[in-house]
Ligand binder design. Structure first.
Ligand SMILES: Nc1ncnc2c1ncn2[C@@H]1O[C@H](COP(=O)(O)OP(=O)(O)O)[C@@H](O)[C@H]1O
Ligand SMILES: [Mg+2]
Length: 240
């Protein structure tokens, strides 16, 4: 049986400014099956990044429910949400968000250190190897190309074996060939580890390779369609 890893119910986010209310997300509801792949698409400013941040527990809703792996995030304080993120969530930002004073390897070591893991260096080197950057592991972010930086951020996001990986326009700043490599890594992780993949993208070809496309416009969810792309079972194999 496939369970829901993420449930969003009547989720709204508003901002107050100069005496009026800006509604950025308006009563969004959906559920996402564990191990599935989903794209969130929509014009710039439609609320995609805000939605991803709420689902990942990076930010708090104004009203409505987010339930991640059976845990209600809206009831939690910042520290508790951080714990849930540590345990279950990987997040890839559009602009990589690597720490500039640390090498590629050290950037991957940070979350491992925060979790108090043992053999941090060996584990981080293994992750760096998986994204094909062993030769560049002692380089600083400024010495790496955009694609290499994004692969470091992937290695970092994978470090806690997340049950769910959120990626905000992960290939938006990359050339076609590099995008292709990063996409392959994302889908391979979904296939091999059964990691649920939720990505924001402008690339409709990429979106069509996920099983489901959720479309936002002006903070409203205007469509939710299945693409017919392959469905995984809970141990990560394509169904017969
Ligand atoms: N902290 C904030 N304060 C006020 N408005 C915000 C804030 N963050 C985002 N917004 C607004 O919310 C809307 C949706 O933003 P965003 O989620 O980044 O959209 P998208 O990722 O689809 O481009 C935009 O109009 C943006 O200006
Ligand atoms: Mg955005």
């Amino acid at each position: 049986m496939l369970e829901n890893i993420l449930t969003v119910n009547d989720l709204s986010k508003t901002y107050q400014s100069a005496g009026h209310t800006l509604t950025v997300l308006d009563k969004i509801s959906f559920s996402i099956q564990s191990g599935s792949t989903v794209s969130i698409v929509g014009p710039s400013g439609s609320g995609k990044t805000t939605l991803l941040g709420l689902c990942a527990g990076l930010d708090r809703s104004t009203s409505g429910i987010v339930e991640l792996n059976g845990i209600r995030l809206d009831n939690l304080n910042e520290d508790q949400r951080a714990q849930v993120r540590n345990q279950y969530v990987g997040f890839i930002f559009q602009n990589f968000q690597l720490l500039p004073t640390l090498t590629a390897l050290e950037n991957v070591m940070v979350p491992l250190e925060l979790r108090g893991e043992k053999n941090i260096r060996a584990h981080a080197m293994d992750l760096i190897d998986k994204v094909g950057l062993t030769e560049r592991m002692h380089h600083y972010p400024t010495q790496l190309s955009g694609g290499e930086q994004q692969r470091v951020s992937l290695a970092r996001a994978f470090s806690n074996h997340p049950k769910i990986l959120f990626a905000d326009e992960p290939t938006g700043n990359l050339d076609a060939e590099t995008s292709h490599k990063v996409e392959k890594l994302l889908f391979d992780l979904n296939t091999e580890a059964g990691t649920t993949l939720i990505l924001v993208t402008h690339n409709l070809e990429l979106a069509s390779r996920t099983q489901r496309i959720i479309r936002l416009k002006g903070g409203l969810m205007i469509s939710d369609e299945n693409t017919g792309a392959e469905q995984l079972n809970e141990v990560g194999y394509v169904k017969e």
